[in-house]
Ligand binder design. Sequence first.
Ligand code: DQA
Length: 143
Amino acid sequence: KKVLLIHGPNLNLTGQREPGIYGSDTLAAINAEVVAKCERLGMSCAVFQSNVEGALIDRIHAAREDCAAIIINAGAYTHYSYALRDAIASVRLPCVEVHMSNVHAREEFRHKSVIGPVCAGVIAGFGKHSYLLAVDAVKAIIG
Ligand code: DQA
């Protein structure tokens, strides 16, 4: 079974961007760990990052073809993109929402997720481990 790992805006700069909040591991290094963990658990993993809302939506739609679940860090789109929310609801694949930082301990605007209600669950606050824990979550859902 294939898992789609999606990263939204600014996450391409992970490792350089606000390292006090997001850590110093690059996105490529995190992706490699996630792919390896998926494979250890008998799943494959495709990775996609975009800073463009429509490109994220197109990738979610394409996941209908061959993916069994989605892990998504939608970045700031989490907090206001109804279009992304509707895309997730439209494909009816189980989706795990991820944040590296503890969004609830940060600014008020980060406390709300508009994608949360259409996701199976949320993991936030554990840095790169949020993604690795999401792989366990997906495994528990899709087996
Ligand atoms: C983030 C939290 C968001 O509020 C922020 O806009 C991000 C990253 C996280 O991983 O902690 O870009 O999703």
